[in-house]
Design a protein around this ligand. Structure first.
Ligand code: CU
Length: 153
């Protein structure tokens, strides 16, 4: 009878370890998104503005940015820049352990049909929607019209 206890205890230990391993795996197989360096150059046009930000994915699964909305604009489109020409896209991939970067001269957000013209020093609230992850709300500061993030001016 006593000898039967040992295998049972060993089995329980093995199950506990397996449970731990599974938990760790499910954590890293999801996208983990965060947003950094958002900014909008003060728009020089009354009805259009551009916006830039970086989305970092620390998780082990890819995701996709599928839409961007804001109270300040009737519509926000996502553009890539290919050979100097803008191209509207319906989604942008966010690779696992990678980044999606919107920056001046590259991919960017276009705010169309502005309800008001944001002023330097104000903040614009955006909502980012993804294929899998929960939506993120971003406070995007309005900088000078010629702001350059690498110099901070
Ligand atoms: Cu554009």
């Amino acid at each position: 009878m006593r000898r039967a206890l040992l295998p049972a205890a060993a089995l329980a230990g093995a199950l506990t370890l397996a449970g731990c391993g599974t938990g760790a795996d499910s954590g890293s197989s999801k996208a983990e998104l965060s947003v950094s360096s958002p900014y909008m150059p003060r728009p020089v046009s009354a009805d259009m503005a551009a916006g830039f930000l970086t989305i970092t994915n620390k998780g082990g699964a890819k995701d996709e940015l599928t839409s961007v909305t804001s109270d300040v604009a009737g519509r926000i489109t996502m553009h890539s820049t290919v050979g100097g020409a803008m191209e509207e896209k319906t989604s942008f991939a966010i690779p696992a352990h990678g980044q999606l970067v919107f920056k001046s001269g590259g991919s960017h957000l276009m705010f169309e049909n502005l309800r008001h013209q944001p002023e330097q020093g104000q903040k614009v609230t955006l909502k980012l929607a993804f294929a899998k992850s929960e939506a993120l709300t971003v406070e995007m500061p309005v900088k000078s019209a010629t702001y350059n993030p690498s110099t901070g001016h």
